[in-house]
Each structure stands twice: as structure tokens, then as C-alpha cells.
Design a protein around this ligand. Structure first.
Ligand SMILES: O=c1ccn([C@@H]2O[C@H](COP(=O)(O)OP(=O)(O)O)[C@@H](O)[C@H]2O)c(=O)[nH]1
Length: 534
């Protein structure tokens, strides 16, 4: 190698010396060629026409060294091929069951990886509480979605993927009505889920408070408000059998009505959450409460302002009163059926709906309804589940529209004849179509009269289905809690981001290269002089 340098490189640097330097010092020649610099152009031409390529070679080598350093820095720090972990939650609601698959980066499950919804599956059939008389079928109903889950989660992750089932108000009601039947449904569901290849963690009924609090965690987690310590969003959840309101208010520290308080310490911040779940105030049970009020005397026919004009159906008293929300109010001596007809009048509908709320009893400084304490509303609110299904059907999700205009729009919708409604929505089941006038009126009444949203604060509500691709609802918050995925303290982050690290390494490489050239300059200037004297 030294021979090579002596033969090829040294002749290319004639401006450095008249005779070749000692072989041991040849390696130092490269940078010196450049640092000593070429003789004047005229001299160069006479002495050595190769001076330019030498400078180029040295520059190229220098650049290669720098590029190599930068490549090493980039490769060393590039994110590794992502591996994921999974979690599955079954939301056993009153009207239906849905399965959610969540995924997060495997190497970051210690608190920093973001959990996202990968897939959801709607179980065919009614909610599991409807299988009280045939519990086996409750387990069977879950099979199709469980098979789907097996395809969405990589096989090698199956045994370590936790699987949870949480039941809400439908099972709360069945448990009140017939706890043995509720236990049998859970038994059947548990048996079916244990057969899955996932790590089954059990099935249980969530309390109303848990349902509200985990919905709030989900919304704020997906909005990145918890990790960044931002002002939180309140959560409004409307199911078929219960409804939840959860928010943080400066006015609430848990001293007044402590049963509504849930405390969290998340990412180093303390939250004193107000939450309340109203059992029987989900939209299906609220409809029963309203009809129970309208059929107190056991009539043969009910003219309902919450149904479209021309609506006309025969309903069974036994079906209407088959729920613990209304069963104790069944009128004595009522006929087997009643004729349910519509008049389509929102103002009157609102009056009927108001009857299901008690606005008078309140032993606290302020209440929402039914004597339940509620602090003053604060901040923005995300309204999901049936809030979204109903408002999106009615084209009422835009809350910047004044509340008066929303009411007028609903008024026109309810006044539309039943035959026209059916004709305009051929793809929607009549059972659902028949409910939207009531549901829209119920939502507006619950929000304004129940929770005390005003014309101004109504615009703070966002009707949402998903946030960044994940459904808003209690399931994600539930899984994050059970898998300890949200740390109590803020996790430490590296002092520099990857890009910053790479930039610093690159700059350092350039500076070191330049310093090296300059540090060798006097040494080689002397060497060159010596060579010239000789
Ligand atoms: O695509 C859908 C799914 C549900 N719903 C209604 O939304 C409510 C959701 O009730 P769920 O069973 O989820 O909740 P729970 O009562 O258990 O809280 C029920 O009234 C459903 O009829 C709806 O209108 N459209």
C-alpha cells in the first residue's frame, strides 16, 4: 500500500516537496495536500499539471468520510421495523354487541406507544341481554366476529392478546330484573370466549360510573389531551338503555356529591372528574318511559306528537312494560294492545318528553334532573354513540347552527308524513325510521333542559363517531386502564429527536474534518520546507 502511495499519490503533490517523504508519513499526506494548498496557477502549470485532481481526490475522500459518518448515524438510529401488540374488547350493549381490535407498537407498550383501533365488527343480532331465555345463543352470536378477529390479529400474537367483554346498561337491567338469568348469559358468553385462541380476561358488567369515566378517557386519549396536559373535553354518551355525562369542572372537587367523583392521575396530571350515568335514560328506555307516561290510564289508542302524521301501529302492553325501567307502572286492567298513531308536533313532543324528567327535587346547590347533582358545564364536549347516529341521520351534527334553527329543522322533519319519510329512506328499517323524531327531540331536551346547555354552550358540543380512526366510546379507555397503558407519571423522552441527533453528528463530522486539516498544516509546512532545503 505504501508503495502504491509513493508511486501514485506523491507525484500528484509536487508542491509539497521535491523528494518523496518517509514511507511512514505517507498516510498523512492526503489532508496535507489540500491544507498546504497549491502553488500559484502559473507555477502549477509549470511544476505539476496534476495538482487539481489531487485536491479533488482529497475532497472526495473527505466527503466520503463525512457521508459514511452520517449514514452510520442515520442507520444506527433509524426506527426499527414496527412490531405490534393487540387487545380486543367486546362492547355488549343493550341493543347490540360490537367487537373492537386495538393495536399498538410492541416495543413501546411501556407507556409511549399510541393505541389505535385496527378493526371493528358488529355482532349480528340483538344485545346479549336479549338472550336471557336462551343463553347459549348469546355465546354463539359472538362466533362470527371472533373468527374475524382471528384473521385480523397475527397468529403468533393470539395467545398474548387480551380479550375482554364489558356489558353495559342492558345487562345492568337484566341483572336487576333477573340476576340468575344474567349469570347464565355471562356463563354462556364466557364459555364461547374461552374457546378463542386469545387470552380471555373475563366478562363483567361495567358500572355506570365506569362507562362514563372510560368514555371520557377514550375521547381525551384519542385527542392527545392527556399526554400533553391540555384542557380536557367532556364526554356525552347516549346508549339504548343508559346515558352518561362526564367532564372536569373547576367548580367540582368531589366534596358536593362525592359519588359523582372519579379521580385519575394520568401522565403526571391529576383529574377530578365529574361523571353520572342515568339508567333508563338511553334512547330506547327513554322512549318506554315516555310511552308509559302516555299510557298511564291503559288506553286503547295513543296519539303521539313524537310520531309522524299517518304513523299507525298496534303495540302490545306486555312488550312495552317488559323492562325494569317501567314494569312497576303497568296500568291495571289495560287491554292487551293499543293503537299508536302520530301527529308530528315537536313542541308537543317536547312537552311529553319533559314528563320523564324530574326537574323539581334537588338537595344540592344545583342539579341536572332527578335530584342528581351537576356542576356548571365547562369546556368542549364530545357527544357520541346514539347522539351521533341520530344527529347524523337528521343532518344536525353542525352545532354552529343556532339552536333555534335546529329546532325548526326538527319541527319540519317531524311534521313530514310517515308515508313520505318511508319513501325518502328506502334503505332504513322502519323500526329505526319511526324513532328519529322522538330521538331528535329527546336529545335536544336532554341536552338543554336536562344538562342545562344554553344556546351559547350548545356550540361547544361536537357530535362525533370516530376520533383519528378510532370509535369514541368506553371500550378503548377500559382496555387502556386494564393493560396499564396510561402511566400515572409523564414518561421520560430522549433529550433529542432523531433528526436533531443526526444533524449534530453531521455537523460534528464536518467540523472534525476541517480541524484535522488545519491541525496538520504546520507539520507539513515544515516537512515541505525540509524537503526543499535538501
Ligand atoms: O348503528 C346504530 C347502532 C346503534 N343505534 C342505537 O344507538 C343506541 C346504542 O345503544 P347500545 O346498545 O350501544 O348502548 P347501551 O344501551 O348498552 O349503552 C341504541 O338505541 C341503538 O338503537 C343506532 O341508532 N344506530
Amino acid at each position: 500500500m505504501q508503495d502504491l502511495l509513493t508511486r501514485f499519490l506523491f507525484p500528484m503533490c509536487p508542491h509539497l516537496s521535491l523528494s518523496p517523504p518517509p514511507p511512514a508519513t505517507l498516510w498523512l499526506l492526503l489532508p496535507v495536500c489540500l491544507s498546504v494548498g497549491p502553488p500559484p496557477l502559473s507555477e502549477m502549470k509549470e511544476k505539476n499539471p496534476w495538482h487539481s485532481p489531487v485536491a479533488i481526490i482529497i475532497t472526495v475522500i473527505g466527503v466520503i468520510v463525512i457521508v459514511a459518518l452520517v449514514i452510520v448515524a442515520v442507520l444506527q438510529n433509524r426506527p426499527l421495523a414496527q412490531k405490534y401488540k393487540y387487545g380486543i374488547v367486546l362492547d355488549a350493549g343493550s341493543s347490540h354487541t360490537a367487537l373492537y381490535i386495538y393495536e399498538w407498537p410492541a416495543e413501546k407498550d411501556n407507556n409511549t406507544g399510541r393505541v389505535e383501533q385496527k378493526h371493528s365488527c358488529k355482532v349480528i343480532g340483538p344485545g346479549i341481554s336479549s338472550y336471557a331465555s336462551a343463553p347459549q345463543k348469546a355465546g354463539e352470536s359472538l362466533k362470527a366476529c371472533m373468527k374475524e378477529a382471528e384473521q385480523w390479529v397475527p397468529v403468533k400474537r393470539h395467545p398474548e392478546t387480551p380479550l375482554y367483554l364489558g356489558a353495559t346498561a342492558g345487562m345492568r337491567l337484566l341483572n336487576i330484573e333477573n340476576s340468575a338469568a344474567s349469570d347464565k348469559v355471562f356463563e354462556a358468553v364466557g364459555e364461547a370466549l374461552q374457546k378463542s385462541p386469545f387470552s380471555y380476561q373475563g366478562a363483567r358488567i361495567l358500572s355506570g360510573q365506569e362507562e362514563g369515566a372510560f368514555g371520557w378517557v377514550t375521547v381525551n386519549y384519542l385527542d392527545d389531551r392527556l399526554s400533553q396536559g391540555l384542557e380536557t373535553t367532556g364526554a356525552l354518551d347516549l346508549g339504548g338503555a343508559s346515558t352518561q355525562i362526564s367532564f372536569v369542572s373547576d367548580q367540582y372537587d368531589g366534596s358536593e356529591s362525592p359519588s359523582n367523583a372519579v379521580n385519575f392521575r394520568l401522565y403526571g396530571n391529576d383529574y377530578e372528574l365529574y361523571t353520572h350515568s342515568f339508567l333508563c335514560y338511553g334512547k330506547d328506555q327513554a322512549q318506554r318511559l315516555k310511552l308509559a307516561h302516555q299510557t298511564q290510564s291503559g288506553p286503547n289508542a295513543v296519539e303521539d306528537p313524537c310520531q309522524h302524521p299517518g304513523y299507525n301501529t298496534t303495540k302490545k302492553y306486555s312488550v312495552l312494560y317488559d323492562s325494569p325501567c317501567v314494569s312497576n307502572r303497568k296500568p291495571q286492567g289495560a287491554p292487551a294492545t293499543f293503537l299508536h298513531t302520530g301527529t308530528g308536533n315537536v313542541k308537543q313532543c317536547q312537552d311529553v318528553v319533559k314528563n320523564i324528567f324530574n326537574f323539581t327535587d334537588c338537595k344540592y346547590s344545583q342539579c341536572s334532573f332527578n335530584g342528581v347533582y351537576q356542576p356548571s358545564l365547562q369546556g368542549p364536549f364530545g357527544a357520541f354513540s346514539a347522539y351521533y347516529f341520530v344527529t347524523s341521520f337528521l343532518n344536525l351534527t353542525d352545532t354552529s347552527v343556532p339552536l333555534e334553527d335546529v329546532r325548526k329543522k326538527l319541527e319540519r322533519y317531524c311534521a313530514t308524513s310517515w308515508s313520505q319519510i318511508v319513501q325518502e329512506h328506502p334503505g332504513v328499517k322502519e323500526k329505526y325510521l319511526a324513532e328519529y323524531c322522538f330521538s331528535g327531540t329527546y336529545i335536544l331536551t336532554l341536552l338543554t333542559e336536562g344538562y342545562n346547555f344554553t344556546s351559547e354552550s350548545y356550540s361547544n358540543i361536537n357530535f362525533i363517531k370516530k376520533i383519528k380512526g378510532s370509535d369514541a366510546g368506553w371500550t378503548l379507555g377500559y382496555m387502556l386502564n386494564l393493560t396499564n397503558m396510561i402511566p400515572a407519571e409523564a414518561p421520560d423522552s430522549p433529550p433529542l429527536p432523531h433528526a436533531g441527533y443526526v444533524s449534530i453528528v453531521s455537523i460534528c463530522a464536518v467540523v472534525i474534518f476541517i480541524l484535522l486539516l488545519f491541525s496538520l498544516r504546520p507539520l507539513w509546512a515544515r516537512h515541505c520546507k525540509k524537503q526543499q532545503i535538501v
